[in-house]
Design a protein around this ligand. Structure first.
Ligand code: GLU
Length: 429
């Protein structure tokens, strides 16, 4: 989690975009429009802390593009949050909603804070304060937040409550990832991790490898990672290693069990941020290794499901020759130089905008259900999610083979092409 000052997520997102803009031969005005965010807001949030002192937190909301529908994307709580990271994440959301073809744009929010060191009351005040600063600029038909790193259904409900107090009406479509029973959708918590495994299943089908013959190593043990592991194990895959951040030691560790981790057992020794208790894990027979060890495991599949900029030029060469597939559960986990190497090595890439689009796809289902005030059974939600993810995967892989493109480039060509078309159709460019 240490900050790498040489890394700028927004520059990376822009350079990814530039490559595709060249391939699509986009005109100058469309490039200018899509290289930058349409709107961004910087806010200060004063919070009276439990000790009686007031602390001021910095927050952001960035709306990258809303040509295809309201801006959509999560809000992160993270001590290292920066405006450039939020800008990049907002742009990535635009491509993500476009690649799965849902009628939404892209946005992202963040607050510089560390929930590990905040009481629930203090976190509630941050949520409410963030909405008080931004409610005029957001809404069910303009910009819709959702959970992301270190935010949960409870945070979403506090934000919704504050928004509804200010507007004086019930507007459940303002936010997604709400608790089930309070406007949330069944399956939303699982959606990102499950969606990831739907794409892994399809990729393995394309590679002609039975999932039951595969092993995986996962970076992260938060919501995305845990649900991805859950479904991957249900299709008979074996996870041999997971890593997580250790708040006490301010570093990360990897936990390995060569014959496969026991998900329920590990969950039982994990805090709500995905931090696994080292001592308990050791007692249960896990090898505790340095944080970076997840990447060098002799496995078939690597699943980075933590934060951005994790597979870099410094560790990419440690990836074993056995790895056939990388599935990006996180947003932006692979730095461009490392990505070029993976491409050259012929490793099959399921890029973030496709691989982790299950969350926002289910958010879209949640909005539909909220608007109808009629909620579907879990199987129906997950069935629709599978259909959406599978057809997006097939569209991207067909584009990749037809135009002989790397999967990431194929996903971008489809996504950027759709957004550019929407901007043209509206007469913006
Ligand atoms: N935060 C998730 C993402 O990065 C979900 C966004 C949403 O549901 O709007 O895709």
């Amino acid at each position: 989690m240490a900050a790498d000052r040489s890394y700028n997520a927004f520059e990376m997102a822009q350079s990814q975009f530039d490559r595709v803009a060249d391939q699509l031969k986009l005109d100058e005005a469309t490039r200018e429009l899509l290289r930058y965010n349409l709107r961004e807001y910087h806010v200060s949030i004063p919070v009276r802390m439990d000790d009686g002192n007031v602390k001021v937190f910095r927050g952001f909301r960035v709306q990258h593009n809303d040509a295809r529908g309201p801006a959509k994307g999560g809000i992160r709580f993270h001590p290292m949050e920066t405006i450039d990271t939020v800008r990049a994440l907002a742009m990535w959301m635009t491509w993500k909603t476009a690649v799965v073809d849902i009628p939404l744009g892209g946005g992202k929010g963040g607050v510089v804070c560390d929930p590990h060191n905040l009481s629930m009351r203090e976190q509630e005040q941050i949520c409410r304060g963030w909405v008080r600063q931004l409610w005029r600029n957001m809404g069910p038909l303009s910009d819709v937040p959702a959970p992301d790193v270190m935010t949960s259904a409870q945070h979403m409900l506090w934000m919704l409550d504050e928004f509804e107090i200010l507007r004086g009406e019930r507007l459940p479509g303002f936010i997604t990832g709400k608790p089930v029973g309070m406007g949330g959708s069944l399956g939303r918590t699982e959606a990102t991790g499950y969606g990831l495994v739907f794409t892994i299943r399809e990729a393995l089908k394309a590679l002609n490898i039975p999932p039951g013959d595969t092993t995986a190593s996962v970076q992260g043990f938060g919501n995305v990672a845990q649900h991805a592991i859950e479904l991957y194990q249900q299709i008979w895959g074996t996870v041999v290693c997971v890593s997580c951040w250790d708040q006490k030691d301010q570093t990360s560790y990897s936990f390995r069990k060569k014959d496969g981790i026991d998900l329920a057992e590990l969950r039982g020794m994990t805090d709500r941020f995905g931090g696994i208790d080292k001592g308990k894990a050791k007692d249960a027979g896990y090898e505790v290794l340095p944080g970076g060890a997840w990447i060098e495991q002799e496995v078939d599949i690597l699943i980075p499901a933590a934060l951005e900029n994790q597979i870099t030029k410094d560790n990419v060469d440690r990836i074993s020759g056995r790895v056939k597939l990388v599935a990006e559960g996180a947003n932006g986990p692979t730095a461009p130089e490392a990505d070029a190497k993976l491409h050259k090595r012929g490793i099959f890439m399921i890029p973030d905008l496709l691989a982790n689009a299950g969350g926002v796809t289910c958010s879209y289902f949640e909005q539909v259900q909220s608007n109808m005030n009629y909620f579907w059974e879990k199987d129906e939600v997950l069935g629709k999610l599978d259909t959406k993810m599978t057809s997006a995967f097939i569209a991207v892989s067909e584009m990749a083979s037809r135009r002989k493109l790397y999967m990431r480039d194929a996903a971008y060509v489809i996504a950027v092409g759709r957004v550019a078309q929407a901007c043209r159709d509206r007469g913006w460019v």
